[in-house]
Design a protein around this ligand. Structure first.
Ligand SMILES: [Zn+2]
Length: 275
């Protein structure tokens, strides 16, 4: 199960007021960042660095927050590519900014100067780069994404269609709801176990006296996706996991399960700066 750590003690990441980044990204001059909820301009209940207006926050605040993060990362906000996420497995591949809105749950950018981004509040954001091919991807992986094996789909596109070597892929697993707070029932478990037979070992019964009658289990989304990567041949040393539970870290992260429909959204963003 996911071993929770204090993010500030996770030596693989640099933590600032606005975002945190796997240190490895600096080696390759790549952007790989997960936003924190601090340092933005939205007020409660979205305070403060919120990236979605679907929950009631204003477009103005959200666009200011995009600007704040872009300035911090040293990129142009107009080059950030987001999509209408649908908990599906549609993957879009881009070499220039799209002209219309995208419906997808994974974005692959094949050019530098484009920054795929995913919005989350509990679902797992996954960032992938290949510093040799200069390709970058952002993946939205909640339980439905796990059932649809969206991460596997993206890795196979990168390795088969773009000749990315598995040894060269660097992956960052961002903040997500931890198994501590993620109790799910058969509506989730039945399709999950049917799609991924080995997923059972990444669930455990709840710590209650009635655990055998409820049929509920705690699900570890991060561990499932980590295992998927290792099964696909990505070396463990290339996988950097934030290991932070969004629901447990109210001062740092939004959580849909904790805060409901008015929860803000964090942003996970990646890409290569143009030379
Ligand atoms: Zn938790």
């Amino acid at each position: 199960m996911m071993k929770k750590v204090n993010l500030y003690e996770n030596s693989e990441f640099i933590v600032t007021k606005t975002a945190y980044m796997p240190k490895v990204a600096e080696l390759y001059d790549a952007v790989m960042a997960f936003s924190l909820r601090t340092g933005g301009c939205s007020s409660a209940p979205y305070e403060s660095l919120n990236f979605s207006s679907m929950n009631g926050d204003t477009e103005t605040n959200v666009s200011k927050n995009f600007q704040i993060l872009s300035d911090y990362l040293g990129i142009e906000s107009s080059r950030i590519i987001t999509c209408d996420q649908e908990h599906g497995d549609n993957v879009v591949i881009l070499d220039h900014p799209p002209e219309t809105s995208l419906k997808a749950d994974a974005i692959i950018a094949t050019n530098s100067g484009l920054y795929p981004a995913i919005k989350t509040a509990d679902c797992l954001p996954i960032l992938i780069i290949d510093p040799t091919v200069k390709i970058a991807a952002a993946v939205h992986a909640g339980w439905r994404g796990a059932v649809l094996r969206i991460l596997r789909k993206v890795i196979l596109i990168l390795s088969e269609d773009y000749q990315c070597e598995k040894d060269n892929l660097i992956v960052a697993l961002g903040p997500a709801i931890g198994s501590c707070c993620y109790e799910v029932d058969q509506i989730v478990l039945e399709p999950l176990f049917s799609a991924i037979p080995w997923a059972m070992k990444f669930t455990k019964p709840p710590d209650t006296a009635f655990k055998h009658s409820s049929g509920k289990r705690h699900l570890d989304l991060v561990a499932i996706n980590h295992h998927e990567l290792v099964r696909l041949g990505i070396p463990s040393r290339n996988i950097h996991s934030a290991q932070i539970c969004t629901s447990c870290s109210k001062d740092m992260h939004y959580s849909f399960r904790r805060d409901g429909k008015s929860s803000g959204r964090g942003l996970a963003i990646t890409g290569f700066k143009p030379n």
